[in-house]
Design a protein around this ligand. Structure first.
Ligand SMILES: [Zn+2]
Length: 354
């Protein structure tokens, strides 16, 4: 008789602990989700030379965390990048492209364009992997405890998109005593130097016929082309993009001469010619292919974009919040010939942006 209440008590405790654990895990998952919604990071300033020091003088921004589906990742990363960056793999020592690089510049995330390391902090560790004694900015690097292979190591990843970078060990040189051991495959490199002769942005602002015509009139723009970007299918056609389900936006590839028109001037013009506050819609054109989007190809273009958006928001230029997507450019596919310079050739078509 006495055993039954004992069993019930044990069962009760078990249920209580179990319930707490499920709740705790649920809270943790929730906290993680909320945490990933936006992150505070440091971006590369729009100057030809990377910021000096630890990156503390780089401007700070609160930006949305980058979350992509598996098919979106698969469309923009190589098999090697997927294996390392998304599946926590490691490249072979002395095989990565940057293990011996001594050029001056900034290493940024291949997944989202966030600046992660600088050549000033790179050193030859003799390990065969690119090694740095400190990151571009502490804010940009996330850490987790990695207990795989019977070791306890500190894993490091891009704080914005979660791409696995490598590990950090406490055996680095002074002043930090740290060694960030990083896989080349998940890094892109931008060499320091004078401003490039041309820079490129992929800009989505509704039907690309009118947007191209508008950018052809902006002084300093050297070339425009219409195409598709930002989705998860390879080499999309107009018909597929119209049909929804490719994730691609109609974009104009805008090439400009930064000595004649700055990135911020190009983007101020971009915000003048469309409504950046309507999600997946531009006037009568409805669908995610008409979304407002800025796809940057150089990391300093992102800080320019976020500065312009901040100024417009502060000045209350729009009655509603700006919903423009800002992201590192992924694969771009030129549109079919009959879409190129459509307005110049035919006039009419979709309405010219306001
Ligand atoms: Zn990233």
């Amino acid at each position: 008789m006495k055993r039954v209440p004992q069993i019930l008590t044990s069962l009760g405790i078990l249920l209580l602990v179990g319930g707490w654990w499920v709740g705790y895990r649920g809270d943790m998952a929730m906290a993680k989700k909320i945490e990933r919604k936006s992150v505070e990071v440091r971006l590369l300033d729009e100057s030809p030379n990377p910021n000096a020091g630890s990156g503390k003088n780089a401007p700070g921004f609160v930006v949305p965390a980058v979350e992509r589906s598996d098919k979106e990742w698969a469309n923009r990363l190589t098999m090697e990048q997927l294996r390392i960056g998304r599946a926590h793999g490691t490249e072979r020592a002395f095989c990565g492209v940057f293990h011996d690089t001594k050029k001056n510049g900034v290493y940024f995330c291949a997944g989202c364009g966030l600046p992660l390391f600088k050549s000033d902090h790179k050193f030859d560790s003799g390990t065969g992997w690119p090694s740095f004694f400190q990151p571009f900015a502490e804010e940009n690097i996330g850490e987790t405890t990695d207990n795989s292979y019977g070791m306890s190591r500190t894993e490091v990843h891009c704080v914005r998109c979660g791409t696995h970078l490598g590990h950090v060990f406490p055996d680095g040189p002074k002043p930090s005593g740290l060694r960030y051991c990083i896989n080349s495959a998940v890094l892109n490199f931008q060499e320091s130097g004078p401003e490039p002769k041309t820079a490129t942005l992929l800009l989505g602002a509704g039907c690309f016929w009118g947007v191209q015509a508008a950018f052809d009139e902006l002084p300093g723009v050297t070339k425009t082309e219409v195409g598709y970007a930002g989705g998860w299918t390879k080499n999309p056609t107009y018909k597929e993009v119209c049909g929804d389900g490719t994730g691609h936006a109609e974009v104009v590839k805008v090439e400009y001469d930064p000595s004649k028109v700055s990135t911020e001037k190009v983007l101020e013009y971009f915000f003048k010619i469309h409504d950046p506050t309507t999600l997946n819609r531009q006037g009568p054109d409805v669908g995610d292919q008409y979304r407002s989007a800025i796809y940057f190809t150089r990391p300093e273009q992102e800080s320019g974009a976020r500065r312009v958006m901040g100024r417009l928001t502060e000045a209350k230029k729009f009655p509603r919040p700006i919903v423009t997507q800002v992201d590192l450019a992924g694969p771009y596919t030129p549109a079919e010939d009959y879409h190129q310079k459509y307005h110049a050739k035919h006039g009419g078509g979709c309405a010219l942006p306001r």
